[in-house]
Design a protein around this ligand. Structure first.
Ligand SMILES: [Zn+2]
Ligand SMILES: [Zn+2]
Ligand SMILES: [Zn+2]
Ligand SMILES: [Zn+2]
Length: 268
């Protein structure tokens, strides 16, 4: 008799699939160690402390729960995994027009690509913040005369004063903004190119920089270019840059040949 009533309750629920629940605190779905969303698999110790699979690798199978050093890693937390998979949240940019929602563990990877992510105008004196879809048109209408054009079809000669730090280039076919940035350090200057894209580029983009100084040629070919939401003039790039030692600098101006290329896994 009891079994029958549970069965009918269950049937009622599957028939009424649109019912949803509200979670008052999304933090309960985050890993208590790295605070990133828990994903499948999620592990638990015998006392019920949770850890995500990325953190599990770092804790050497010892539970990181407060005052707990039980072993962890053999037992998955299946109920929590079910909750994670069933929890759908709207994209953080819903208020700016994004209509996507994802299971909680996947929403952050969408947000990195979301066309409605808010980015800052690459002109360091401008306070404009807008979505990828509007940053290009803002730039063209507000700062066109301060900058230069670039193209996927030909290389450009880029002259930048290393003290000015930022030179913005716009590409009018794909409607993309690129930023050449200089970072002055004791031993020399780091130069990098970053992309403030108006949308997820369909193609992978990479760049070549080369420079001739006193018979020396410095050249750099980048891996796939990443998009940036904000141009920071303080943070020296950790990857993807060309470095000019002081001995190869003459004055404050750098003159480089820049090619921005589209490639699809293979180099064209
Ligand atoms: Zn974690
Ligand atoms: Zn524990
Ligand atoms: Zn979105
Ligand atoms: Zn601006």
């Amino acid at each position: 008799m009891v079994c029958k009533s549970i069965l009918s309750q269950k049937r009622q629920r599957t028939e009424n699939e649109t019912r949803s629940a509200k979670l008052s605190d999304l933090d309960v779905l985050d890993c208590p160690v790295c605070f990133e969303p828990l994903t499948v698999p999620t592990f638990q110790c015998d006392d019920g402390h949770l850890v995500c699979s990325l953190c599990l690798a770092k804790v050497s199978n010892k539970c990181p729960g407060p005052g707990c050093d039980l072993p962890i890693g053999n037992k998955r937390c299946i109920p929590m995994e079910k909750v994670i998979e069933a929890a759908f949240v709207p994209c953080r940019n819903a208020e700016f027009g994004c209509t996507n929602s994802f299971s909680y563990g996947k929403v952050s990877s969408h947000e990195k690509e979301c066309n409605y992510s808010q980015c800052s105008c690459p002109n360091l004196d401008c306070n404009y913040i807008g979505s990828y879809t509007s940053i290009y048109s803002h730039y063209i209408s507000s700062h066109l005369y301060e900058n230069m054009t670039c193209s996927f079809r030909s290389s450009a000669l880029v002259r930048i004063n290393i003290n000015e730090k930022v030179l913005v280039l716009y590409e009018d076919m794909e409607k993309l903004l690129f930023v050449v940035q200089c970072f002055r350090e004791k031993q020399g200057v780091y130069v990098t190119l970053r992309s403030i894209a108006s949308s997820t580029p369909k193609e992978k983009i990479s760049y070549w920089l080369s420079c001739n100084v006193d018979g020396h040629t410095l050249a750099y070919k980048s891996p796939e270019m990443k998009r940036f939401l904000e141009v920071s003039s303080h943070q020296i790039p950790e990857e993807s840059y060309i470095f000019f030692p002081n001995s190869l600098l003459c004055g404050e101006m750098l003159e480089m040949s820049l090619s921005i290329v589209i490639f699809d896994g293979e180099w064209l």
